[in-house]
Write a protein that binds this ligand. Structure first.
Ligand code: PEP
Ligand code: MN
Length: 409
């Protein structure tokens, strides 16, 4: 073939490629318009959705956004429900990613266990319709493959999976060679090593973008929360993984709508990187987690009610004032440490005395007396009963250990 013929051939190929792309684009726009008109959204909402589609960001742009807001139904139930939720969420202009459970690990059998693979095309459609990237929970290798076949952008490992190293390993194996961001929820039990183990397994599979989700921990009996937040554990996990994103899931911590704002505010005050909050077009009739879901419009109000804070600022006045206050705190902490040291020296003496007189270390009455007095004093000083109990427990245990050493020496 002559040089000119080759050039003409190349030109035709490229032209054909662009023609096909253009036709695909027209079809896509048409499908999107049909979807939008089906739900009869007000003009301003359609405008926002069209803007989102136009600005279609890469998943890494979204992943890096702070605060990152993920929302969507606990479970995908029907095509209409997924598309309408997605559209109404996109219309808020505040949501960065759509979540939906496709496979639901329910605590008890007989509850709705997820729509399964059938729901994945609905999410793909929701993504086309709104421009929002989508996230689903995966618990098996097969679920990873199915989700990736339908272009799911982010996968998350649920609390009931993080507890099981076999399952986490299966998910990690299916992720090998794949470039997809993964969020890992804390295990249902308060065990940071299990959480860390899941992170390590996924990281070892070659996943570069890993984030954490704090969704609280199971406890026995009725408490204010569905899953106790145990904030100190999330803070410790954050301390151990300083460069890893950590977001909070107030829905599964709260288990009910009325405390979602409080829990969200607490997470933002603790410098979490974002929130995952469940939303539904008809929360009371949701097929799972009905009590904790909110409508997209209520979500917008809720997000508007949060005081957003930043970790630090360069403003000089603020920095100097903060430094002064921190110096005072350091000074007081120092004194406290000295005092506790002195207290332990006295405990040692008591230990010696008890040893000489063959008396047990623990005298329950004495201990109850100390606690009761402390509660009363603490109340006047604005200290919570919970703090006083924990503080005295820690001091008491240290004291017992000291005495134990003396008595057994
Ligand atoms: C969920 O996000 O719907 C879910 C099942 O959460 P968790 O794994 O936190 O229970
Ligand atoms: Mn849920």
């Amino acid at each position: 073939m002559s040089q000119a013929a080759l050039l003409l051939y190349d030109f035709c190929c490229v032209a054909l490629f662009y023609c096909i792309n253009f036709i695909e684009h027209l079809i896509e726009v048409r499908i999107i318009n049909i979807q939008i008109s089906k739900f009869k959204f007000p003009n301003y909402q359609i405008k926002k959705m069209e803007q989102a589609i136009e600005q279609k960001k890469s998943i890494m742009d979204v992943w890096g956004k702070r605060p990152l807001i993920i929302s969507g139904p606990c479970s995908a139930e029907s095509e209409e429900q997924v598309l309408e939720t997605a559209s109404r969420l996109a219309a808020t202009g505040k949501v960065d990613m759509l979540r939906a459970g496709i496979w639901k690990p329910r605590t008890r059998p007989g509850s709705f266990e997820g729509i399964g693979v059938k729901g994945l095309p609905w999410l793909a459609q929701a993504k086309k319709l709104t421009g929002l990237p989508v996230a689903v929970e995966v618990a098996t290798g097969k679920q990873v493959q199915d989700a990736l076949n339908f272009d799911v952008d982010v996968l998350w490992i649920g609390a009931r999976t993080t507890v099981n190293p076999f399952s986490v390993q299966e998910v990690a194996d299916a992720l090998r060679g794949v470039d997809v961001p993964v969020l890992i929820k804390n295990p249902i039990n308060p065990d940071l090593d299990l959480w860390t183990g899941a992170v390590e397994r996924v990281a070892k599979a070659g996943i570069k973008n890993i984030g954490l989700i704090h969704r609280g921990f199971s406890s026995y009996g009725n408490t204010e929360y569905r899953n106790a937040p145990m904030w100190h554990l999330a803070i410790e996990m954050k301390r151990r993984n300083p460069s890893m994103m950590i977001i909070c899931d107030p829905s599964h911590i709260s288990g009910r709508r009325d405390i979602l704002l409080d829990v969200s505010q607490k997470a933002i005050d603790l410098d979490f990187d974002g929130l995952m909050i469940e939303s539904h077009i008809d929360p009371d009739n949701a097929w799972s987690d009905a009590k904790q879901q909110v409508t997209p419009e209520r979500l917008l109000e809720l997000l508007g009610g949060i005081t957003w804070r930043v970790e630090s600022t360069d403003a000089k006045e603020f920095v100097t004032a903060l430094e002064k206050l921190r110096e005072q705190i350091n000074h007081i902490d120092d004194e406290l440490m000295q005092l506790i040291g002195q207290r332990m020296k006295i405990a040692d003496k008591i230990g010696q005395y008890k040893k000489d007189n063959s008396i047990t270390i623990l005298q329950t009455n004495r201990w109850n007396e100390i606690l009761e007095k402390a509660f009363k004093k603490g109340e006047n000083l604005g200290l919570s009963k919970e703090f006083i109990t924990r503080y005295y427990d820690a001091v008491h245990m240290e004291s017992i250990n000291h005495q134990n050493k003396i008595m057994n020496s």
